[in-house]
Design a binder for this molecule. Structure first.
Ligand code: ADP
Ligand code: MG
Length: 329
């Protein structure tokens, strides 16, 4: 049994119930995006305010020995900014940090954690506006980011039949990096490629710049926090569409090719690995090449269909996948 897989399935059906129940009660005209997308949004004057929250918990999302506190601080901010990016051209403005830690945690660890928060906040010019601090057995970092925009917001639900499906960069690196840590620990003498894969797991970068460049052309978008397979399902389900994905078009890094010898295993990482935090989006075909000029890292991996199913092909031949989840600590 894969605990992560069961948790993800349970989590999604639990969240759907919660969202249905509470969204039904909403009677507030200022709300532009209800609970269920990467951010919640509401109108304030001409602007939309976008809000997101993500939590990282020790031994569930990270191991203290596998990531430096400074990296953890940065990562916690980045994964939240990634949800801001997933809504389009949004300017992140304010960050709130909820922090739980055991009394024995060293002052140096906390200082380094805050160095990481600061580094990422400075990168996006966001203000650390507040938070809360509690005692807890496990280190817990719960971040809320608030952003603002006057541009069009990109939902998960806007994919149209015939649109191309794009991603902002290579997939699978973070999952492969996590497996290296899982198999060999942090002290192992890794080569250059392996170090790169681990850095993609410990140091993801939100695609905020890319999002602001491409947003105006897109019909739908999310970020690949739980892996490409989940992102595609989320977009297609929200849009009530299906997709054909050409697995050989999924971009993968030189580093993963050098490290992981099996092609099938690489595709598994790309689909199920999780935590790459790339953007997954749909764009009308006639805008696809323009978009690639604006953002050359973009690759197209398939097309939106009416079928309501996400089908996978490898060199034209259909390939069936079962959701494999990703490694649980
Ligand atoms: P993401 O991976 O983009 O951060 P999640 O899968 O965490 O998104 O959440 C999906 C949606 O469910 C989001 O709109 C989020 O705000 C909402 N959500 C997540 N957890 C809860 C919760 N405990 N109560 C209410 N809504 C939640
Ligand atoms: Mg998201």
């Amino acid at each position: 049994m894969n605990p992560k897989k069961d948790f993800i399935n349970d989590e999604f059906s639990f969240l759907k119930k919660i969202q249905k129940h509470f969204n039904k009660k909403i009677n507030d005209k200022s709300i532009t995006v209800q609970n269920g997308d990467d951010c919640f949004c509401f109108k304030s004057g001409k602007a939309n305010i976008c809000i997101t929250k993500d939590i990282l918990i020790e031994d569930s999302h990270f191991k203290k020995d596998w990531i430096l506190p400074e990296q953890l601080g940065e990562k916690a901010i980045e994964v939240n900014i990634s949800d801001i990016a997933a809504m389009g051209s949004i300017i992140p403005k304010f960050v709130f940090i909820g922090l739980g830690f055991p009394p024995g945690l060293s002052q140096k660890y906390l200082n380094d954690l805050y160095k990481g928060f600061e580094k990422a906040c400075d990168r996006y010019q966001v203000i650390l506006a507040g938070g809360d601090t509690v005692k807890s057995d496990k280190i817990t970092v719960s971040i809320t980011v608030i952003g603002k925009t006057q541009e069009k917001i990109i939902l998960r639900s806007g994919a149209q039949i015939g649109d191309l499906i794009g991603v902002t960069n290579t997939l699978g690196d973070a999952g492969a990096g996590l497996d290296l840590l899982y198999n060999y620990g942090a002290e192992y003498k890794y080569n250059k490629e392996e170090k790169y894969l681990i850095s993609r797991h410990n140091g993801p970068k939100a695609r905020l710049k890319e999002a602001s460049k491409i947003a105006r052309y897109l019909t739908s978008m999310t970020d690949s926090s739980d892996g490409l397979y989940i992102s595609l399902n989320l977009i297609m389900e929200a849009s009530n569409k299906g997709a054909n994905i050409d697995c050989e078009k999924i971009p993968v890094s030189e580093e993963i090719i050098k490290t992981i010898k099996s092609k099938d295993k690489i595709i598994d990482y790309a689909l199920f690995g999780g935590e790459d935090y790339e953007l997954v989006f749909t764009v009308p075909k006639n805008k696809a090449s323009l978009l690639q000029k604006i953002c050359p890292q973009v690759s197209y991996i398939g097309e939106v269909k009416s079928s309501k199913k996400v089908k996978y092909f490898y060199n034209g031949k259909e390939k069936k996948f079962k959701y494999k989840g990703y490694k649980h600590f």
